[in-house]
Design a protein around this ligand. Structure first.
Ligand code: PLP
Length: 488
């Protein structure tokens, strides 16, 4: 029987195999050669009964060692495509007679069908030189040597953190964070369920408290990732407007009278995205109307410490009249968003239900990171870092406000200096902010346009984050925005 010439498709297909073969590591080399041959076998380019070219020829074709080719061919033998024949080489096997001929040759395909429509992925931000869209902390301020030492210390100790952790999270970190919340936020909690960022905490609350079709009242504009978690639990998000003193609690109270609402999600300390602090009388009214209606509140206090004017208001959860408040916090703004630590606090019985739910999904958190953070906090490094970073952000906030004040002399712009947060909300009454954000992005400036964070609220706002960039970068980004605004 003749030996097969290198099939046409092989000389085309293997370009990838050949490239992978010469540059990539061992597994990738034989894997891509096997894949190229598998395609030729499945498409019928290599016919049953044919002998393949010698392993020496194949090795020369693909530019790899003979041994690499033999590993690829052996894997195809194991899959039932080829048979190795002594002193002849590798022969293409006929189709398995127990299978319909079409089945034997067809590459199997399968289509997964999600039960729910996927939510829209955030836009890619490649090539952004001025990242003014995300109010994340500046990684350059993080004392990474201290963190590295804390990780090293954990790994050098007994291997406990390398085991599965308790579903509640690392006990030492929980203890440290309980102390921190008490000292810095005046919040006394019995337990903290440690989660992978606040997003997991929000999703747990959604899964435990909400059933499909339930209504969740949310701020509009507001925090879309939370809406995503509520919707994933089958709930409907119902907008409540926000003004320059925060959530319109009168509108919420009216909604609660009109409709059965199962949860109210709020960011009272620095409203997302406007950064407005909810006025004290509204806080009392919010607690009262929800308690009277028997509706729990989920309070997201994601950046409590970054309050630059006056003292931060105590969290809703820290008040007497707040037995119905679940409190969520995060280390994303205090350390880094890549360090996935969130905190969920509330009555013990409901936290236990959340912990049970967590067992079924993530099982436990990252015990190594949690143990390292516990050491770092216990040594005082964490609080030292937060104090230092806060001073830098206070200076950047002043500089950013000065930049925007100058910008407002060149274009119509309304800036409300926020008491806190790592971003500034500004309104561009003469422009379409969506269009402006799109054009700025084309020039490397990323900003969050209000409509992307709104359900129904009309928005002419842009959220400009100043925390992670130097004042100069912020000013250059704003100059580009202003130039684009003046062109339209
Ligand atoms: C409103 C709000 N909640 C929570 C977070 C933190 O989320 P996570 O802890 O999942 O990183 C952020 C931002 O990062 C936020 O803007």
């Amino acid at each position: 029987m003749r030996s097969a010439p290198l099939p046409g498709t092989l000389s085309a297909l293997p370009t990838t195999a050949r490239r992978a073969g010469t540059r990539a590591g061992g597994r990738a080399r034989w894997g891509s050669i096997a894949e190229a041959l598998r395609r030729a076998l499945a498409s019928g380019t290599l016919q049953p009964g044919q002998l393949l070219p010698s392993t020496r020829d194949l090795a020369a074709t693909y530019g790899v060692h003979r041994q690499t080719v033999m590993v690829a061919l052996d894997s195809l033998c194991a899959e039932g495509w080829l048979r190795a024949e002594a002193r002849r080489g590798y022969r293409v096997l006929p189709p398995d007679p127990a299978l319909p001929a079409t089945e034997r040759r067809r590459r199997p395909s399968f289509r997964f069908r999600p039960a729910r429509a996927a939510s829209v992925a955030p836009p890619a931000l490649d090539g952004v030189r001025f990242p003014l869209h995300a109010a994340t902390p500046d990684p350059r301020l993080l004392p990474r040597a201290e963190l590295r030492a804390a990780y090293a210390h954990v790994l050098a100790r007994d291997p406990g953190p390398l085991d599965h952790d308790d579903v509640w999270g690392n006990a030492a970190l929980e203890r440290e964070l309980r102390g921190y919340l008490q000292r810095v936020r005046g919040l006394s909690v019995e337990r903290i369920l440690l989660t992978n960022g606040s997003q997991e905490a929000i999703a747990l609350v959604a899964r435990v408290l909400l059933a499909p079709g339930d209504a969740v009242a949310v701020e509009d504009p507001g925090y879309a990732p939370a809406w995503q978690a509520f919707r994933a639990a089958g709930a409907e998000v119902v907008p409540v407007p926000v003004d320059d003193r925060g959530l319109r609690v009168d509108e919420l109270a009216a909604l609660l009278r009109r409709r059965r609402v199962r949860l109210v999600y709020v960011t009272p300390n620095h409203q997302y995205p406007t950064t407005v602090t909810l006025a004290a009388p509204r806080r009392r009214a919010l607690l009262d109307c929800t308690l009277a209606a028997g509706v729990p509140i989920l309070e997201d206090d994601y950046d409590h410490e970054y309050h630059f004017r006056g003292v931060p208001q105590p969290a809703l959860a820290a008040r007497e009249q707040a037995p119905h408040v679940l409190y969520v916090a995060s280390l994303s703004k205090l350390v880094a968003p890549g360090v996935r630590v969130g905190m969920l606090c509330g009555p013990l019985d409901i936290l236990e239900a959340m912990a049970q739910e967590r067992r079924a999904s993530v099982r436990a958190g990252d015990a190594v990171t949690q143990a390292a953070l516990a050491d770092w906090i216990a040594d005082g490094g964490f609080e030292r870092h937060v104090r230092r970073a806060k001073r830098v952000y206070a200076e950047r906030r002043e500089a950013a406000l000065a930049t925007l004040a100058r910008a407002s002399q060149r274009v119509p712009l309304r800036v409300a200096a926020p008491d806190g947060g790592l971003a500034i909300w500004c309104e561009w009454p003469a422009h379409s902010v969506l269009d402006l954000a799109r054009r700025a992005l084309a020039r490397g400036v990323a900003v969050l346009p209000g409509p992307l964070a709104a359900l129904e609220a009309p928005s002419q706002g842009l959220r400009l984050a100043y925390g992670r960039v130097t004042p100069r970068v912020f000013a250059e980004g704003v100059a580009i925005l202003v130039a684009e605004a003046r062109r339209s």
